[in-house]
Write a protein that binds this ligand. Structure first.
Ligand SMILES: [Zn+2]
Ligand SMILES: [Zn+2]
Length: 130
């Protein structure tokens, strides 16, 4: 790969934001990386902040935290949602007339609930890998 700005000079590194090849004259150091321009330096900082936030949200900002936490959190969400729908379904079956008559609505709600619970369990079991 040659430098993006100087097509005849071999690149020694790549911009940390846009991945353009850069020669020694074009590379600019930026928080442990090299970037090609001011714009990319700004974008890099934005990206770094965004990733930091994401790591915190998913509990990965401290060493030793396992990505499986994401799985169990997503699973908890899906299972709670599933139980809620299932609850609505059962409630509608016994007390409601159902919007579609003959309790079809309650069957529909329960199906969504069950699917969500199964999906939640699967998420919990497999986890989400980063
Ligand atoms: Zn760049
Ligand atoms: Zn160059």
């Amino acid at each position: 790969m040659n430098c993006f700005n100087h097509q005849d000079i071999p690149a020694v590194c790549a911009c940390g934001t846009c991945a353009k090849g850069l020669c020694q004259n074009c590379m600019q150091p930026c928080s442990g990386k090299f970037v090609c321009s001011e714009v990319c330096a700004e974008n890099w900082e934005k990206l770094a902040k965004m990733n930091e936030k994401a790591l915190k949200i998913y509990g990965l900002d401290k060493p030793g935290n396992k990505p499986s936490k994401i799985g169990s959190r997503a699973a908890l969400f899906n299972i709670s949602l599933g139980l809620l729908f299932l609850g609505f379904g059962i409630y509608d079956f016994f007390y409601g007339v159902g919007y579609y008559g003959l309790g079809l609505y309650s069957v529909f709600l329960s199906a969504i609930g069950l699917a969500s619970i199964v999906y939640g369990y699967k998420t919990y079991k497999d986890g989400i890998r980063l």
